[in-house]
Design a protein around this ligand. Structure first.
Ligand SMILES: [Zn+2]
Length: 340
């Protein structure tokens, strides 16, 4: 059997002098946590796994759908057909690219209760989420523990990226003191283009590689924005730290100390129920639901369709109910089919 030598595998990046063999050694012993395995997360994960990051933790609450394939580069039609959770599908494909990397898949929703468990091993945290709530939570953790994180977002043809290096740069709350008010454009309502998410995911991966290879001083402490269809590509200096920032000055970690209510998912006509956490036997639930609608299940998730609603249930009791944005309706469906 032909064995790829590690030296050969990484030879092109080791030859790049500022990275070098030392950078490779540090990167190979380091851990990255990727929060959200959508378009940004799959690009970050792919680049980090191929570069030989030691351990990569993937956190994602969702499953692969056909509408993801246009930009979420790791997934295939087979993943969507099987309704595989994204974290698990990503883990499998990453290992095909580099079997030497340790990949941990967490089919889970990052929240205040599990943030310590899921993030504490991180040398860097990469933002692949689609919502401000999770970003404030990651920022709280980052500032409290002194772990850098890389913010990134994309919608339409526009993208933005910004590193947060606690103790050195402004934090996310210095720059965005409050979540944006009112309805925001989402990937569902405004669409999103693959080259934009790939660009932003690549920038995030680059800064993560610098941090994990011990070159934190080379991190670009700037806000990068680009509109790849209409407009310019820009970099602006990061604002100074807010001397009154509730997070990095007063160390008031509101989001980390909060509790989470059930939330409507990002513009998706779906509600996630995660307050009723308890282990569920999916095989038993599949038998119970037999005859009430269409049931498909595997070891990672069960999908049940009845009328206009599609319910995806995970083994930890969490569920995503598609076909409504009404939390009351979603709770009712959960109670009717899964229990209270
Ligand atoms: Zn701050």
């Amino acid at each position: 059997m032909f064995v790829i030598s590690q030296q050969d595998r990484y030879s092109r990046q080791i030859r790049f002098a500022p990275f070098g063999p030392e950078g490779q050694e540090k990167l190979s012993a380091a851990t990255a946590v990727i929060v959200g395995c959508g378009a940004l997360g799959t690009v970050q994960a792919s680049l980090l796994a191929r570069a030989g990051a030691g351990t990569i933790h993937l956190i994602d609450r969702d499953y692969v759908e056909e509408s993801n394939l246009q930009r979420q580069l790791l997934y295939t039609e087979a993943d969507a057909r099987q309704g595989l959770p994204k974290a698990e599908a990503a883990r499998r494909h990453l290992l095909e690219a580099n079997s030497a990397v340790r990949i941990e898949a967490h089919v889970s929703d990052l929240n205040p209760e599990n943030a310590d468990d899921l993030l504490s091993c991180a040398g860097v945290i990469l933002d692949g989420t689609d919502n401000f709530e999770t970003r404030y939570l990651v920022n709280d953790f980052s500032v409290r523990e002194g772990v850098p994180w890389i913010y990134g977002a994309a919608v339409g043809s526009y993208g933005i990226a910004m590193p947060v290096v606690p103790g050195e740069s402004a934090c996310f709350r210095c720059v965005y003191p409050e979540p944006p008010a009112g309805a925001q454009p989402t990937c569902e309502t405004a669409g999103v283009l693959g080259p934009v998410t790939s660009l932003i995911g690549s920038l995030q991966a680059m800064e993560a590689i610098k941090i994990l290879s011990g070159r934190c001083e080379s991190v670009r402490r700037r806000i990068f924005t680009a509109d790849l269809w209409h407009g310019p590509i820009r970099e602006t200096g990061m604002p100074p730290r807010d001397p009154d920032c509730p997070c990095c000055d007063r160390r008031d970690f509101t989001w980390l100390n909060g509790r989470r209510a059930p939330v409507s998912l990002c513009g998706r006509n779906a509600v996630q129920i995660h307050e009723l956490r308890r282990p569920l036997d999916l095989a038993q639930l599949a038998r119970q639901l037999e005859g009430l609608g269409t049931v498909r299940s595997n070891e990672f998730a069960l999908r049940f369709t009845s009328g206009d609603h599609e319910v995806t249930v995970f083994p930890d009791g969490r569920a995503i109910i598609k076909g409504t944005t009404d939390i009351g309706v979603a709770r009712g469906i959960y109670a009717r089919y899964i229990g209270n």
